[in-house]
Each structure stands twice: as C-alpha cells, then as structure tokens.
Design a protein around this ligand. Structure first.
Ligand SMILES: *Cc1c(COP(=O)(O)O)cnc(C)c1O
Length: 367
C-alpha cells in the first residue's frame, strides 16, 4: 500500500525497451539525433500544430527554464500560493531567471481564479522601479490539489494575463492525467486557451527521467538552447531522453497510463467515501486527499500504508476536516495495482469505529 507519489513507480517496460533500441549503435549528440526529430514531430501531432520541444530530465528544470524565457530578473512570476514552483523547487525558478520573484495568489482546490489573479495584478504596488513587474503566469495542470483546470478556466486566466502583458506557462508534471480526465484535447487545454509554454511531464507517467518543454510561442524559442546547456540540462546522449518520450507517445500509451492512474484514484476515492471519510478536494486526476481521524491514521501507518501527511490553505469550507483529523495525500500511478487500493480500503474499513455507508455507483463521471 504505497501511495506516496507517482514517482515511486518503476519505468514502464515500453520505456526500457525504447532505451535498449536507442542503444543499438551511434547517434548524433546533443539532441541532433533521429529520435529527437521524431519526438518533435510527434509532439506537433499531439498538439495539432507545429511546436518546438526542448527535452530535459526534471520537471524543475522544465519549469525554471520555461519561466526564465518569459521574465527578466526584475519580473514576477505569478502562480498559486501552493504551487510546486513556489515551494518544491528550492528556488530554481528564481535561480534560472536570475532573480525574478515568484509571487503566490490564493484559490480554493489548488486553483487560481480570475478574481484572485485579477486582484493580485490590480494591486497598486506594482510600481517600477521599486517593485518587480509581473511578467509570467504559471498554472499547474493537474494542480497540486489533484484538481484539473477546465479549458475555459485556463482561457479566462490566460486572458487576464495577456491583457496585463504576462506570458503564460503551464506546469504539466501531470498534464497526461489532466488530459485523460478532462475529455479535452491537449490543444484545447494549452495553446487554444492561451498557454504559450508547457512543461510536459513524462517521468510521473512511466518514463525514467524525461520531460519536454513544449513551446507554442515562436519567440520563446530564442536562446533556450543556450539557457538549457548553461543550466546543465543538455544531454550529450540526448537520444536516451527522447526515446523515453517516443515510447510513451507511441500509440497514445501516455494517455492509457494516465487513464489507469486516474481510474485507480477514482476507485480509491469511492471506497474511502463509502466508508464515511471526507475528501478535502474533488478527485479529478490521480490524487486523493482524504481526512483521517487520528486513530485511523495511526492504524493505517501501523499496517504499513505509506502516504504523505499534507496541509493546505486551499480546502473549501464544506470540505474542511474536523478537529484532530489529518489530511493524507494518496497518489496512484499507472503501476498501482487494484489489490493495493482494495487493501487500503479494507484497512480503513477494518480500523476500530468505522462503519460502511451506501456508496455512489462506480463510474460516475468526474466532470
Ligand atoms: C513532480 C512535479 C514537478 C517536477 O518535479 P521534479 O522532481 O523536478 O521532476 C513539477 N511540478 C509539479 C506540480 C510536480 O508535481
């Protein structure tokens, strides 16, 4: 019962197979190989338009390099106050932008809203040269709360950003999960809604280490090759990064794997609700945030269940926990097995004082 994260999963067999195939002879270095060229054209197909792609091996690099293309050092990057770029990248966005300020805005369920973004940008303290100038908006898709921005929500936020002269970035460490759950196309969730650069994550969805910076705005391409090299993220044997992504894009495997992870999370959420537990956020991708009474949390830990204890200011009042309850973050990956989910739900049901309630029918569309 290991639900700590989706990066605890192994690499998918197809990825390992692709690495072995990429290993069968020489290839041109630094990304000038055939696999990289194929991946760029596959990404153009996925997004239904020509895109530029720069491959890296961590999501932190993808985010920080993208944002550095969008803002001068005296700029501000606006994101949700609980975003990965704010808290989980050890200042990499600030470092790669040569010191731009990352500024958080609040919003329920891990999402920025037109109101929260508009009121932050509308404040009168953005006066040059005493204050930084907002230059980029970053949206996490899926969010750190496991929710998914609708295409219309992305478009509304991107429009506010555009009016104020900000560029628009999407942190898609879990973009696959967002696409799979939304029923919208990758194009609809990105450039058609005003996104100009996407950190397209593959590591959490079956790769060993591979992420793509996908650029929809041609002017953002300039000098990214130099910035990536200078940042130590240009692999001389770049074919091995590209091969992982090719394996996942081939035949839509990336979406199949994301659907599997999302289905495991949905099954887990239904089982927990059926046992009377309250979810802290709507379950829309592959993450479940659930309130656990302390004795239940202790019983689960004693049985070896592994998950993070979480805190958030983003929980809607109706989904707030009771005194003494702990929020647990449970993440399913493509490799999570049904028996792990069943074991977790049974462990919850078997804990002292738990009763079973009527459940929603499985398969209820998430939205
Ligand atoms: C995992 C994750 C990343 C990337 O993290 P790395 O550890 O640098 O690969 C970026 N954004 C979000 C929202 C994530 O969950």
């Amino acid at each position: 019962m290991n639900l700590v994260s989706d990066n605890i999963a192994p690499a998918h067999q197809a990825v390992l197979g692709a690495l072995a195939r990429a290993n069968s002879g020489p290839a041109r270095p630094y990304g000038h190989d055939e696999v990289n060229a194929r991946v760029e054209s596959m990404l153009s197909e996925v997004f239904e338009r020509e895109v530029a792609a720069f491959l890296v091996t961590t999501g932190t690099a993808a985010n920080a390099l993208s944002l550095a293309q969008m803002t001068p050092p005296w700029g501000a990057v606006i994101g949700h106050e609980e975003a990965h770029v704010m808290h989980d990248e050890c200042g990499a966005p600030e470092f790669f932008t040569n010191g731009a300020k990352v500024v958080g805005a609040p919003g329920l369920d891990g999402k920025l809203t037109p109101e929260s973004l508009g009121s932050l940008l509308g404040r009168d303290f953005w006066t040059p040269p005493t204050h930084v100038a907002p230059k980029a908006l970053t949206l996490s898709q899926a969010t750190e709360a496991g929710t998914v921005y609708r295409a219309g929500e992305v478009a509304a936020l991107a429009e506010i950003a555009r009016e104020k002269g900000l560029r628009v970035h999407m942190d898609g460490a879990r973009f696959a999960n967002a696409v799979a759950s939304s029923g919208r196309t990758p194009a609809e969730l990105t450039w058609k809604a005003g996104v100009e650069a996407l950190s397209f994550g593959f590591t959490k969805n079956g790769a060993m280490a591979a992420e793509a910076i996908v650029l929809f705005a041609p002017d953002l391409v300039e000098n990214l090759a130099e910035r990536r090299k200078r940042g130590g993220h240009t692999w001389s044997k770049g074919r091995f990064v590209a091969a992982q992504i090719e394996a996942l894009l081939e035949g839509g495997l990336w979406l199949d794997l994301a659907r599997r992870a999302n289905a495991s999370a949905a099954k887990l959420a239904l089982g927990l609700e059926a046992r009377g537990l309250k979810l802290a956020f709507p379950v829309e991708a592959n993450e479940v945030f659930v309130w656990l009474p302390r004795p239940l949390h202790e019983a689960l830990q004693a049985q070896g269940a592994a998950y993070y204890v979480w805190t958030s200011r983003s929980v809607a009042p109706a989904r707030a926990g009771r005194d003494g309850e702990t929020m647990a973050r449970l993440i399913a990956s493509f490799a999570t097995e049904d028996r792990e989910i069943d074991a977790f739900i049974s462990a919850v049901g078997a804990a002292p004082g738990r009763t079973k309630k009527a459940s929603r029918s499985p398969g209820t569309p998430l939205f």
